[in-house]
Design a protein around this ligand. Structure first.
Ligand SMILES: CC(C)(COP(=O)(O)OP(=O)(O)OC[C@H]1O[C@@H](n2cnc3c(N)ncnc32)[C@H](O)[C@@H]1OP(=O)(O)O)[C@@H](O)C(=O)NCCC(=O)NCCS
Length: 160
C-alpha cells in the first residue's frame, strides 16, 4: 500500500538517498535542497509539508505540499496567494513507471482536501515545458494550464 509519511529526523536519511535518473535532474531539485527550502519557508512564516512516499516500509519517492506565500518569496505568481501547491514530486529512478507517481499525487490531493492550512479554491503546480511525462500525468489528474508561467515553468491548476 502506498502512503505519504512526513519527513522527520528518523526517516530523513532514507529520503536523501532517493534520486531521479541523470537525464531528469534538471526537472526537479534534489531532496536535500527541497528539505532546506521547506525549513527556510517555515522560518519565513510559510507552510511546507515534506513527505516520503512509501510502498509499505520501502521509501520510493518524495513529495512536498505548500500553501500560500512566505515572507521571503520574491515575485511569487499571482495564483500562489491563498492556494495550495504541489511543490515537489519525484520518484526514485529504480521505482518509476509502477504507478507510484500517480498514486502519490492522489494522496497529496486527499491531504490537501483535509485543509491543513484552511479551505482554498485551488491547487497549483508548475513544470518545465519539456517535461512531457509530468505534464501528461498532471493533465490526466485534472490540472489545467492557466497560461501563466512561474519563471520558465508552465503553471497548471486544479479546482479543489
Ligand atoms: C514524473 C514522475 C514523478 C512520474 O512518476 P512515476 O511513478 O514514474 O509515474 P507513474 O508510474 O504513476 O506513471 C504515470 C503515467 O506516466 C507515464 N510514464 C511514466 N514514466 C514515463 C516515461 N519515462 N515515459 C513515458 N511515459 C511515462 C506512465 O505510463 C503513466 O501513464 P498511464 O497511467 O497513462 O499509464 C517521475 O517520472 C519522476 O520522478 N520524474 C523526475 C522528476 C520530475 O520530473 N518531477 C516532476 C517535476 S514537475
Amino acid at each position: 500500500m502506498i502512503t505519504l509519511r512526513p519527513v522527520t529526523p528518523e526517516n530523513e536519511a532514507d529520503i536523501l538517498c532517493l534520486q531521479v535518473a541523470e537525464g531528469q535532474r534538471h526537472f526537479v531539485a534534489d531532496n536535500r535542497r527541497s528539505l532546506e527550502e521547506a525549513a527556510a519557508c517555515i522560518r519565513a512564516g510559510g507552510s511546507a509539508f515534506p513527505f516520503g512516499i512509501y510502498d509499505g516500509d520501502q521509501p520510493v519517492g518524495f513529495l512536498m505540499v505548500g500553501f500560500g506565500v512566505d515572507d521571503d518569496w520574491l515575485n511569487p505568481p499571482e495564483i500562489a496567494h491563498g492556494s495550495y501547491n504541489i511543490w515537489r514530486l519525484m520518484i526514485d529512478q529504480r521505482c518509476q513507471r509502477k504507478g507510484y507517481g500517480r498514486q502519490a499525487l492522489q494522496l497529496a490531493l486527499d491531504f490537501i482536501r483535509s485543509w491543513p492550512c484552511g479551505k482554498a479554491d485551488c491547487c497549483w503546480l508548475s513544470y518545465e515545458p519539456e517535461n512531457v511525462v509530468a505534464r501528461e500525468l498532471y493533465r490526466s489528474v485534472g490540472f489545467q494550464e492557466t497560461g501563466d508561467m512561474d519563471e520558465n515553468e508552465i503553471i497548471a491548476a486544479l479546482r479543489l
